[in-house]
Design a protein around this ligand. Structure first.
Ligand SMILES: [Fe+2]
Ligand SMILES: [Fe+2]
Length: 261
């Protein structure tokens, strides 16, 4: 089966870019399941009921989140409490946050896929140990399916590569998100797990990680002015990967990087 995973969708520009590219990409790569990181879909920070519904209309089947999962806290709670098609990082603190960090879904053609969302700890907000956390989730998932996707939302390339090798052979893919800059290191690890350090973002080409350039530069140059973040507009870039997975074994056969603008 072919799984499309789209990197952090940033603001209105990111959502519009989805509508621009997604349908054609799904056709071109014969996609069976589309998963996207939606943590920045609402004005660059968080997800709302409206942005969730819009991205679903664009053709996304399921969402992962990240450190901005609760930036629009009420909406995130509504979506997670309703058990809509989304997960938030499993090891996020405090432990009693709404929602789950893993969901097992059934694809249209019948096979089950486990989608796991975890978060790193290097240069990130405090979180539980992602390595121990993911071990527990994989043990649960394996009772239902060998097709397992992990969105590892983390900053440090070292922590992400370590997670890739730690999970090699146990999951179908370890896909890095959060830095918004696509890395060119997609590969199949020795025991059959697809890996990329960062899928990249879907958002404005001329932006600083999806945010308005003047605002983002101003925060460094004149920090005393307390610039408020706003999403960048203009031409969009679509960043994703396609993973071809052997449905019988859950091993990845191929991973392709997509970078369109
Ligand atoms: Fe992000
Ligand atoms: Fe993030």
């Amino acid at each position: 089966m072919n799984i499309l995973f789209i990197g952090d969708i940033c603001g209105k520009c990111g959502r519009e870019t989805l509508f621009e590219y997604l349908e054609d990409i799904k056709y071109e790569y014969n996609i069976d399941l589309t998963v996207a990181n939606g943590e920045n879909s609402a004005g660059g920070l968080g997800i709302t009921v409206n942005t969730y519904e819009e991205m679903t209309r664009a053709g996304v089947d399921f969402f992962t989140l990240g450190n901005h999962a609760f930036s629009k806290a009420n909406d995130a709670k509504i979506l997670l409490d309703r058990k809509e098609a989304l997960v938030r990082p499993a090891n996020m603190l405090p432990e009693d946050l709404p929602g789950e960090g893993m969901e097992i879904i059934r694809c249209p053609q019948g096979c089950k896929v486990a989608i796991i969302n975890i978060m790193g700890r290097v240069y990130m907000d405090p979180a539980d140990d992602p390595f121990k956390c993911v071990d527990n989730l994989i043990e649960k998932a394996k009772k239902s399916t060998d097709i397992i996707l992990v969105d590892f939302h983390a900053e440090a390339t070292s922590e992400k590569e370590a997670m890739g090798f730690y999970l090699d052979g146990r999951v179908s893919a370890v896909l890095g998100t959060h830095t918004h800059i696509q890395t060119a290191d997609e590969k199949i690890l020795p025991k059959g797990t697809a890996y990329i350090t960062d899928v990249g973002m879907t958002g404005a080409v001329n932006s600083v990680l999806g945010m308005d350039v003047d605002t983002a530069v101003g925060r460094f140059v004149t920090p005393e002015e307390k610039h408020k973040f706003k999403s960048a507009e203009g031409k969009g870039r679509f960043c994703a990967v396609v993973i071809n997975v052997d449905e019988k074994t859950g091993k990845a056969l191929e991973v392709k990087r997509i970078w369109k603008s």
